[in-house]
Design a binder for this molecule. Structure first.
Ligand code: C5P
Length: 403
């Protein structure tokens, strides 16, 4: 077998085709993927079948095309859950604005959206839509959500559109998509073989059975870092404080509430791991005596005694001297001095610092980071947290590989 000519030999791709005029290009894409050696199965949405007949894809793939969720004959051959686990990659091309919106929302009202919800496999999408649909704030928000979950977007490109307009939203050409798929499936990520642990979100320290002390961390940056490390090939465990964010694809998640629980979960997870990225905004104190029953409002004041929590990074540094550790620092002033101080005090290999206050960093979708390591620094420009996470992951991979 000549792997230069057939770089996708032995690889399985589930091609999802949704209802846009670019669906006709998906037939050519299917041919190109087959030529490259891939085994391809096709799932079409009902709208896609209005543009191109399923028979075209059946003839080109040599496999029956699936377009219904509740088709007893198909389900008997390979159930939809099995189909969701079958491929090395699910590629949706073209991906309409509607398809992206459904996936962002987690809807499962047809076969393709159900597969996308039920899969733990990597997903790539090649968007294709009118330029105004692509630019619409609703689509922009969906794009952020999909990227944050580790879904790869291929394109769209810019140029003439079927509707007669010109702008961004054209599906990439089949060979461009094929090449991106080859790259994705054949290049080992720089963190291949690395086990990474990421902590994310706030912690909650109980006062009584109903109240707690918490903070404003949303967990978004940490979840995005977990997805970005995963995309670079790492095996990722995410220790998450109480947030209701979706788990990035392929990432193992452990939910915790208090700092003590986060330390325990991180300690268990880093045994056998090489990398720990501590993004969580951890409570530094806990209530000394947690009331066993709800505290009633009898008294004019309610003193609470707070005791120090262990510092997770410092604790793990002492227990796992070889662990590559990245900390986060949220500072309101004197960013570099404070960040470098923590880098040294906690024995870290790298620290990512963000300026907070005035509505920055916490509970918002954008961020900017200053990253410091012994003898170096980098500035990661302001952008969506998913973009910042990808830039940080690349920097971590680089320092991890070449310390
Ligand atoms: O000391 P400070 O909390 O500002 O340092 C921030 C870094 O330390 C973050 O990476 C945070 O996750 C970590 N941290 C920790 N244990 C704590 C508090 C913070 O590991 N108890």
């Amino acid at each position: 077998m000549n792997t230069l000519l057939t770089p996708l030999a032995g690889r399985r791709i589930l091609l999802g085709v949704t209802g846009g005029v670019a669906a006709y290009k998906a037939a050519d894409l299917l041919r190109r993927l087959k030529e490259a050696g891939a085994e391809v199965r096709v799932v079409m949405t009902t709208h896609a079948t209005a543009f191109v007949a399923p028979l075209t894809f059946q003839a080109l793939s040599g496999e029956p095309v699936r377009d219904g969720l509740l088709d007893p004959a198909h389900e008997a051959a390979m159930g939809h859950i099995e189909l969701a686990r079958w491929p090395d990659l699910i590629l949706v091309a073209p991906a309409t604005a509607n398809c992206m919106a459904k996936v962002a929302q987690g809807l499962a009202d047809d076969l393709l959206s159900t597969l996308l919800l039920a899969t733990d496999r990597p997903v790539a999408m090649a968007p294709a839509m009118n330029r105004l649909m692509w630019a619409n704030p609703a689509t922009r928000a969906n794009v952020e959500t999909l990227l944050a979950r580790g879904i790869q977007l291929l394109g769209p490109g810019s140029g003439d559109q079927a509707c007669g307009e010109t702008g961004e939203g054209r599906m990439l050409e089949p060979v461009q998509i094929r090449d991106a798929v080859i790259e994705r499936l054949t290049t080992p990520g720089p963190l291949q073989g690395c086990r990474a642990v990421v902590s994310a979100g706030p912690t909650r320290e109980p006062i009584d059975p109903v109240r707690f002390i918490g903070n404003r961390s949303s967990g978004k940056q940490g979840f995005a870092v977990a997805a970005a490390l995963k995309a670079l090939g790492a095996e990722v465990t995410l220790v998450a404080g109480p947030v209701s964010l979706p788990t990035p694809a392929g990432v193992k998640r452990v939910d915790v509430e208090t700092t003590a629980q986060m330390l325990e979960a991180a300690r268990t997870a880093v045994a056998g791991a090489q990398l720990f990225v501590s993004v969580a905004a951890v409570a530094d104190y806990h209530v000394a005596d947690v009331a066993p029953r709800k505290i009633k409002k009898h008294d004019a004041s309610l003193p609470l005694v707070l005791n120090r929590n262990p510092d997770i990074l410092s604790t793990l540094r002492a227990e796992f001297p070889a662990l590559f550790m990245v900390g986060f620092a949220a500072e309101t002033d004197d960013l570099e001095t404070h960040a470098r101080g923590k880098l040294e005090r906690k024995g870290l290999q790298m620290i990512a610092a963000n300026q907070v206050g005035d509505g920055r960093a916490f509970e918002v979708d954008r961020n900017a980071l200053q990253v410091f390591w012994p003898g170096g620094s980098a500035t990661l420009d302001e952008g969506p947290k998913a973009d910042v996470a990808r830039a940080l992951a690349a920097l971590i991979a680089d320092r991890y590989r070449n310390p």
